[in-house]
Design a protein around this ligand. Structure first.
Ligand code: SF4
Ligand code: SF4
Length: 314
């Protein structure tokens, strides 16, 4: 099969496996992104995420991560929920309504690799699947694969599905036909900058993670600094403020992936409910949830803050 037909077939198989979109990029060094990443790290905007300082070369060149990589098959999986959480409840980022996505996406990616192997038989295609699980600049690779552009809020925006999508990628050792990176369509819009409660989005479109509620409520292992307490705007785990206002998410369609449907009772927990959970109950209630990434202490400490500030507001 020629490269163009094979690439078309791979995208068809990706859709059959349930992925929302699939694009293909040539593995090479992302030199512009590497320079930007280095200056962002030097400015300290990654806060305590020291792991980002490691493997910069691999982050921007997947050939150094997996030997013989020639192509990246990049996929998106829409997780936009049918029903959003009411604002009065401590807010969870929508990606955390259901089960953790890592295994779900990896299983599908390895199924896609099997399909690629059957399409290429008797040639053997080797590859590895990743989703937020290795030093790879996923949004940049999704852009390279023609799946969207990186908006001013730092998210990959697909013209149909918007930004509420997980990204995964297969690094494989065959050459394919490559997609063209998409132009940025943010234009003069600044809605995400205005909506950010902590001014974490800079005019130059870089995100200051040290001010970002997603970072403060998930990644940052220390207590949330006092200057942000009143600005948490009822966000318990993550923050979707800059995505909720994005015009490109107006057309978002509800996911059909059952594992991403909200866990029973999760969306109506009050701050008191969160505070009252024992560590054991927390683990039992959320066995497959990404919320566990923040950890019991972080969640209950943040719930205490939200409770205090909601009492102050009322
Ligand atoms: S996730 Fe929230 S805090 Fe972070 S940049 Fe977006 S709106 Fe701002
Ligand atoms: S809200 Fe506007 S500026 Fe921000 S990412 Fe969306 S389109 Fe771009």
């Amino acid at each position: 099969m020629d490269k163009v037909s094979l690439s078309t077939q791979i995208k068809i198989e990706a859709k059959k496996l349930g992925f929302s979109a699939c694009g293909i990029a040539q593995a090479n060094a992302l030199t512009t992104d590497a320079a930007y990443l280095k200056s962002w790290l030097e400015s300290g905007k990654h806060g305590s995420m020291q792991y980002m300082e490691r493997h910069i070369d691999k982050r921007t060149d997947p050939r150094l991560l997996v030997e013989n990589t020639k192509s990246l098959v990049v996929v998106l999986l829409n997780y936009y929920p049918e029903k959003k959480q009411e604002e009065k409840f401590p807010q969870l980022a929508k990606f955390a309504y259901g089960d953790d996505y890592h295994d779900i996406i990896k299983v599908k990616l390895y199924a896609l690799l099997e399909k690629i192997n059957s399409l290429c038989y008797p040639e053997k295609v080797c590859g590895r699947a990743f989703t937020d699980s290795a030093p790879i600049l996923e949004r940049q690779w999704a852009r390279q694969a023609g799946l969207g552009w990186i908006g001013k809020n730092g998210n990959l925006i697909h013209p149909t599905f918007g930004s509420f999508c997980f990204i995964g990628e297969l690094l494989i050792d065959i050459s394919l036909s490559y997609d063209i990176p998409m132009e940025n369509h943010c234009g003069k819009c600044n809605k995400c900058l205005s909506a950010c409660p902590t001014n974490a989005i800079n005019e130059n479109q870089s995100i200051d993670a040290t001010k970002c509620i997603s970072y403060l409520t998930i990644e940052h292992k220390q207590p949330i600094p006092k200057q942000f307490h009143a600005k948490l705007t009822n966000q318990l785990f993550g923050c979707d403020c800059c995505q909720d206002v994005c015009p490109w998410n107006k057309k978002a369609v509800a996911t059909t992936v059952q594992e991403f449907f909200p866990s029973k009772g999760l969306l109506t927990l009050t701050s008191n409910d969160w505070i009252a959970l024992s560590e054991e109950q927390f683990a039992q209630f959320l066995p497959f949830s990404p919320i566990k990434r923040a950890g019991y202490k972080k969640i209950t400490d943040t719930a205490v803050l939200l409770h205090r500030y909601s009492s102050n507001r009322s």
